[in-house]
Write a protein that binds this ligand. Structure first.
Ligand SMILES: NC(=O)c1ccc[n+]([C@@H]2O[C@H](COP(=O)([O-])OP(=O)(O)OC[C@H]3O[C@@H](n4cnc5c(N)ncnc54)[C@H](OP(=O)(O)O)[C@@H]3O)[C@@H](O)[C@H]2O)c1
Length: 286
């Protein structure tokens, strides 16, 4: 199956994984509407999509929207579906993160992450559902490996991504009657502006746990996600490492926690030893 002539709406389509998905769809001949907050990145993305288009008749455009502001969603959904002439595929990809220990994660961070990652997906899906019912379309949702296993530093982000998984699975069941399939992707660390920004503020523990793994390329995650959508798979697990982690987490949850806990304890022991050595040195100097 190709996405040629399919009408697609992608949230967070102006950067990283969303932009890579939009580029692959433009190459295949799809009509694509990318949605994000920043107009400059939208314009740049649309220019890139036009340069990759398979045909000059493709509709390739962007609309500015904060998916965390419910009152603005209906008008953008209407404008997009009118210009696309309907909708075959919605990809809920927009997301934000703010890794920190729970004690350093204020309520406002929980609020904004849930508002964008989780409620943004719920509200955009609701607004576009009538168009998807009409076309017996498809929905893709980008969760995260942090939506499968609990990791230090991701109490807010992980909660939003676990919530997306629960939403996706129930929604799939709910929409079966309309012939709409729901696919949820669980990317691991992927080299995007979000990961670069996140790496600047990650707690040392989160770095120590995730730092050993080489991030995937956004283009690879995009093609795995599109292939999952093509096959109408329920889960997309990009890369061998993700498949292995998900297999272990689902079949042997106790064992996976044991490995993660052992890694964290080892790191925290080293940190305490380094702190004690530093204190001993400064006392010796005094
Ligand atoms: N990179 C990773 O390691 C990784 C791993 C697993 C899962 N993910 C998930 O993959 C998705 C894409 O992440 P990415 O790494 O590609 O991030 P990215 O490069 O930062 O791109 C995020 C996109 O979402 C848009 N966005 C953010 N907040 C928005 C809002 N309130 N309303 C509308 N659009 C919004 C951004 O544009 P504006 O800022 O202009 O709005 C941008 O287009 C996210 O859901 C992320 O959680 C990423």
């Amino acid at each position: 199956m190709t996405f040629a002539n399919k009408r697609v709406f992608i949230t967070g389509g102006s950067s990283g994984i969303g932009r890579a998905i939009a580029c692959q769809l433009a190459r295949e001949g799809a009509h694509v509407c990318v949605v994000a907050r920043g107009q400059a990145a939208i314009d740049e993305t649309v220019a890139q999509l036009e340069s990759l288009a398979a045909s000059p008749t493709q509709q390739l455009f962007g609309l500015s929207l904060d998916v965390g502001v419910p009152k603005d969603i209906a008008a953008v959904a209407k404008a997009a579906t009118e210009r696309l002439g309907g909708l075959d595929l919605l990809i809920n990809n927009a997301g934000i993160t703010h890794p920190a220990s729970f004690m350093d994660t204020p309520d406002e961070v929980f609020d904004s992450i849930m508002r964008v990652n989780f409620f943004g997906t719920v509200h955009v899906t609701r607004a576009l559902l009538p168009a998807l019912i009409e076309s017996r379309g498809q929905i893709g949702i980008v969760s995260s490996l942090a939506g499968v296993i609990g990791i230090y530093g991701y109490t807010a982000y992980g909660a939003s991504k676990f919530a997306l998984r629960g939403f996706a699975e129930s929604l799939r069941h709910d929409l079966m009657q309309y012939g709409i399939d729901v696919t949820v992707a669980f990317p691991p660390d992927t080299d995007t502006p979000q990961l670069q920004q996140e790496n600047r503020i990650k707690p040392a523990e989160t770095h120590a746990l995730a730092g050993k793994v080489k991030p995937l390329r956004a283009e690879f995650v995009a093609s795995e996600t599109l292939n999952g959508l093509r096959r109408r798979s329920v889960y997309v697990k990009p890369g061998f490492g993700t498949k292995l982690v998900m297999f272990l987490a689902q079949r042997f949850p106790g064992l996976s926690r044991w490995f993660l806990d052992a890694d964290l304890r080892r790191f925290q022991r080293k940190q305490r030893a380094a702190l004690a050595a530093g204190q001993a040195n400064s006392e010796a100097k005094d």
